[in-house]
Design a protein around this ligand. Structure first.
Ligand code: PNS
Length: 183
């Protein structure tokens, strides 16, 4: 098999699509993007309109936050998509869907999704990266639950997200933590 040079037939080089709800983006997601950039030339963070869950933030709010967070990373493109992921991927230069795996409990859902996507488009592969040990317990769902109940999420999500969560839940923004304060 002849190896393709970087950029050959593909102006952008190797591209991965990292799709998800990102409601909200966590440091677990950011860690996956940063590690993927060691393998791929570009990573497209693609926020889905059509995910199963009822979101806290609108897609527009998430787009704005994620764009700010990656504004210093020229190789990260932040986008949104409607409809099937495979149709969106086809419109890009990507051949790979990237997903993070935290634990075996994620596996069944991911396996079904990857298999369905593969049956819809046999040219597409899903690549899984294990979440770093520091973020095994971090999920957007638990972040929202903790933030809603006044718990501290700083260190698990970027400061911007922590602030926006407090605004959403109408909690005081200035304070660092509501629960777990030392004083
Ligand atoms: O972060 P999430 O919610 O686990 O991401 C799930 C997502 C958005 C990747 C998935 O729901 C998706 O791809 N939605 C787009 C619609 C689609 O293609 N559905 C079929 C997937 S089997």
């Amino acid at each position: 098999m002849t190896q393709k040079k970087k950029g050959e037939n593909n102006e952008m080089g190797k591209v991965a699509i990292y799709p998800g709800s990102f409601d909200p983006l966590t440091y677990g997601h950011i860690d996956i993007v940063e590690r993927a950039l060691e393998i791929f030339d570009k990573v497209i963070v693609a926020i889905a309109y059509d995910a199963e869950k009822k979101p806290l933030f609108t897609v527009e709010e998430r787009l704005e936050m994620v764009k700010i967070i990656f504004k210093e990373s020229p190789n990260v493109i932040v986008d949104s998509f409607k409809g099937l992921l495979v149709n969106y991927v086809e419109k890009t230069n990507a051949k790979v869907i990237l997903r993070g795996l935290r634990a075996t409990s994620d596996f069944e859902y991911e396996f079904h999704m990857a298999s369905m996507n593969r049956s819809l488009n046999t040219h597409l592969d899903t690549l899984f990266m294990m979440t770093s040990k520091d973020y095994f317990f971090v999920s957007s769902r638990t972040i929202k639950e903790v933030a809603k109940l006044g718990g501290a999420v700083e260190g698990l999500v970027p400061d911007l997200i922590a602030r926006r969560l407090k605004e959403k839940f109408k909690l005081p923004v200035g304070k660092k933590k509501l629960i777990g304060w030392d004083d």
